[in-house]
Design a protein around this ligand. Structure first.
Ligand code: ZN
Length: 546
């Protein structure tokens, strides 16, 4: 006896059908099978009948039939067995070989009888057809609804669906603040992964609303993941737009028939449904577009700069070949001395490579120019730096205060509930007391964590801190060479003022033409001498030999 309902939802809600399916066991006994010979195969509850490979119950049924253990296969409707024509016919064939009968609510079938076989074949074709029409009808329905901007399968983080079906911004201030923080930090750090690191380092969590299991709608704090941050930055809802069909499905694997390769966010211009100004927004549409552009630039493609990485070279992603106009690749050799080289000749099968230049030579020139350009801003920088550090600290302390506030509220609520219960109701009182204790424990934990955080990062800057920031930022050169400044920091400083650096790496001379294109459009010309491998590569080689 085979029992299956397509989705876990149906298993939970469609009791009637489930009970009728199980009642078949008694029917089998009435037909004369002894109770111990009736086997209920119900492992496939909640699985779709589309494919058999994830339905262990159907596989078991097939095995039992082909071992000649089965007299009759019972199902309420035979379409429950399989909605795939191929699998269905396979089962009928096997039943025919081992003289196994099939039975549904309409009758008993013998797979060897030509009339029964015809009927079974038609039932199978109908059932497959039914599945496809059902699927198409559902899909068309949801597309129509999405076109009107009314279909919400899951509401993203930072939004809530009211019982009336309206989508509102997260009512909890702290949870809403975290979403805003993600956007603010992305503007500052310009990389999704950097935002993720910032949240983790500062022990900040995102507020999720439970949407399954018990306590649906309750707020839960969970640490972020890089992909979560990325999907917040990619989702148009945060700019107030309704979007449908945001992901490109992975390609189908012919072996398993399932899509693989993860989901990809489509760029806004390719979205099937995009309706602006539909929902409460966290950022403006322009900022959303700017963020998408930044995310695209962060990818290391040939036409983009790529996000700055941790290597020692200062200019990866910024150096452009003066001969062919392509971005030059950074190559780290075994001795760790990096160089920039143009690999265009590999792609276009040119005979002569455009050339390469040692990274140190070019980096020193650009660093020197950048420091010169930044000098006039030093005084303002020192003031702004202190202001920024203080703002940043205030923000972190605000987050902590909200966490503590939440913990206090939980304790107060648990306490009220405990006192509100009648003393005779001892069992309830005991549960509530445990919950109160638990809330108190959590509050103490949060307070201790906060104190630990305070010793690491006091709310205000000390006099010594201020002096150190001032003296460092008064001299950009000192800041540049300070031991706390990493290669990544230097790259970010360069990217604040330099758009790209074009270099003509000429083999016939040690002098290379360098053009720095500054952000805002200005350009400066430079000439840099690079170390060469042989005398032939010197500019004055001929004069030298003469
Ligand atoms: Zn080139």
């Amino acid at each position: 006896m085979y029992v299956r309902q397509s989705t876990p939802q149906q298993v939970l809600e469609n009791r009637e059908s489930r009970e009728r399916q199980y009642a078949l066991a008694q029917f089998a006994q009435r037909l004369g099978w002894p109770a111990e010979r009736v086997v209920i195969v119900d492992e496939d509850q909640g699985q779709s009948g589309k494919l058999a490979d994830n339905r262990s119950g159907f596989q078991r049924l097939m095995t039992e039939v082909s071992l000649n253990h089965v007299g009759i296969v019972l199902g309420l409707e035979l379409s429950r067995l399989s909605r795939s024509n191929t699998e269905w016919h396979h089962l009928i064939d096997v039943c025919g070989i081992f003289h196994t009968l099939l039975c549904d609510q309409d009758g008993v079938y013998d797979a060897l009888d030509s009339n029964d076989r015809l009927l079974l074949g038609m039932k199978s074709a109908m059932s497959e057809y039914e599945l496809i029409t059902m699927h198409n009808r559902l899909l068309r329905g949801s597309r129509n609804k999405a076109g009107r901007g009314e279909l919400f399968l899951a509401v993203p983080l930072g939004y809530l669906k009211t019982p009336a079906g309206e989508i509102i911004q997260e009512p909890d201030e702290q949870a809403r603040g975290m979403i805003q923080l993600v956007f603010e930090k992305f503007e500052e750090l310009r990389s999704a992964y950097a935002v993720f690191r910032y949240l983790v380092v500062n022990n900040l969590q995102l507020g999720f609303r439970r949407h399954r299991g018990g306590r649906i709608g309750e707020l839960e704090w969970r640490p972020p993941s890089p992909s979560r941050i990325l999907s917040i930055l990619r989702h148009p809802i945060y700019a107030g737009a309704y979007a449908y069909g945001m992901h490109r499905a992975g390609t189908k694997n012919p072996a398993t028939g399932r899509p693989e390769g993860g989901k990809w966010f489509l760029p806004p211009e390719e979205l099937p449904v995009l309706l602006q100004d539909r929902l409460p927004a966290y950022i403006s549409w322009d900022q959303y577009l700017a963020n998408q552009e930044q995310l695209k630039q962060n990818r290391s493609l040939h036409e983009t700069r790529g996000a700055p990485k941790r290597g020692e070279a200062l200019l990866p992603g910024l150096v452009v070949c003066g001969k062919c106009g392509r971005h030059m690749t950074t190559r780290y050799k075994a001795d760790k001395r990096p160089s920039y080289y143009c690999d265009e000749h590999w792609r276009s099968a040119l005979d002569e490579p455009c050339g390469r230049i040692s990274a140190t030579t070019l980096d020193n020139l650009v660093a020197q120019e950048v420091l010169r350009a930044l000098k006039p801003a030093a005084f303002e920088l020192s003031l702004r730096a202190i202001e920024n550090v203080e703002q940043e600290r205030k923000r972190l302390h605000d987050q902590w205060n909200q966490t503590l506030e939440h913990a206090r509220q939980d304790v107060a609520r648990a306490e009220r509930q405990y006192h509100g219960v009648e003393p005779e109701n001892r069992l309830v009182a005991r549960t509530l007391e445990a919950r109160w204790e638990d809330a108190l424990k959590k509050q103490r934990q949060a307070e201790e964590d906060y104190h630990r955080f305070l010793t690491r990062l006091p709310a205000t800057l000390s006099g010594a801190d201020r002096k150190r920031i001032q003296s460092l930022s008064n001299s950009v050169v000192a800041l540049w060479h300070a031991p706390g400044t990493s290669a990544l920091d230097r790259k970010q400083i360069v990217r604040c003022v330099v758009e790209r650096v074009t270099v003509v790496a000429d083999k016939a001379t040690e002098l290379n033409e360098v053009t720095i294109v500054w952000l805002g459009g200005g350009t400066t010309q430079h000439r840099v001498a690079r170390p060469v491998g042989s005398y032939e590569q010197l500019k004055d080689f001929r004069r030298l030999t003469e």
